[in-house]
Design a binder for this molecule. Structure first.
Ligand code: RIB
Length: 303
């Protein structure tokens, strides 16, 4: 049974490289087009697998070529995909990602088969949830599935880590209460709390008032900020492994690496540093899953 379980999305990403992201109403020409395995859930599971985390993924794909390629990619990272359902007559999820020269991106997702990773699906996999140590969740599947998985895992004493992406304003406090860690970036935290993105410390405290215990805010080039349940605050600098070329999946990699760090017995602070190194390497490479480092690379940079 896997120690790190992800219940989440799988997408085939169409990546378009552009000089700058288009403004509303603007048309820009892309230099290139690549198909890359992605999806926030799959990326997190892939990262946990590559980082030696003993990982499994629960989710849904269509019985089509993108679905087959996604499963192949995950298996290649050592992820147990026996709980990924292949659905007839439904398209695998897909994302269109525009990446500009600075490495920033803009993503649109068509959920497709991910819409079937709902409460009923989660109920069919309760035994798998009961057997994991750490559950990783994002918000690219129906909310009923996210909440059911979080509450089941929480009730069985699992460590629940919620990456509230893509962000939405209407998250109930029940979800925060079921999570041990909530890991937004600044934009997501702002949407969740109404705080200005620069006021992330106030935002983290506000999230605690909504029921979150530990809040881990990823700050891009500024690193990360951890607010623990006892009020302890820690700032962890970003790790610069090279020039940023593409930030896609850096957040997924960060959250999964944090989970792997905890499973390796690191303290929370050390696990955040481990995660910062993994994400710092990921942003120097293109694409979602292909950008994610293996354990040996992270350990070589982490001391
Ligand atoms: O977090 C990056 C991911 O977001 C991409 O791989 C894309 O599929 C979207 O889900």
């Amino acid at each position: 049974m896997a120690r790190i379980l992800v219940v989440g999305s799988l997408n085939m990403d169409t990546v378009l490289e552009v000089a700058h992201l288009p403004a509303p109403g603007e048309t820009v020409l892309s230099r290139s087009k690549h198909l890359v395995p992605g999806g926030k859930g799959a990326n997190a599971a892939f990262a946990a697998g590559r980082l030696g985390g003993d990982a499994a993924l629960l989710g849904c794909v269509g019985r089509d070529e993108p679905g087959r390629l996604l499963l192949e990619s995950l298996r290649g990272a050592g992820v147990d995909v026996s709980g990924v359902r292949q659905l007839e007559n439904v398209d695998t999820g897909c994302a269109v990602i525009q990446v500009e020269d600075s490495g920033e991106n803009c993503i649109t997702v068509a959920q497709g088969a991910n819409l079937y990773t709902n409460e009923a699906f989660v109920q069919d996999h309760e035994e798998t949830i009961d057997a994991c140590e750490v559950l990783l969740l994002q918000l690219e599947i129906p909310f009923s599935g996210v909440l059911a998985a979080a509450e089941r895992a929480h009730a069985h004493g699992k460590t629940v880590i919620l990456d509230p992406a893509p962000a939405r304003m209407d998250l109930p406090e029940a979800l925060f209460r079921a999570a041990d860690y909530v890991k937004p970036n600044q934009g997501e935290l702002s949407l969740l709390t109404g705080c200005d993105p620069e006021e992330y410390v106030a935002g983290a405290h506000r999230l605690q008032q909504k029921g979150a215990r530990n809040v881990l805010v990823s700050l891009g080039e500024q690193g990360a900020y951890l607010l623990e349940e006892d009020g302890r605050e820690t700032r962890i600098p970003a790790y610069v492994a090279g020039p940023t070329v593409d930030t896609t999946a850096a957040g997924d990699c960060f959250t999964a690496a944090f989970a792997c760090g905890l499973c390796r017995g690191l303290s929370r602070q050390e696990a955040v540093r481990f995660a910062a190194v993994a994400a710092g390497i990921a942003v120097t490479r293109k694409g979602a899953q292909p950008s994610i480092p293996i354990l040996e690379e992270v350990l070589a940079h982490y001391s």
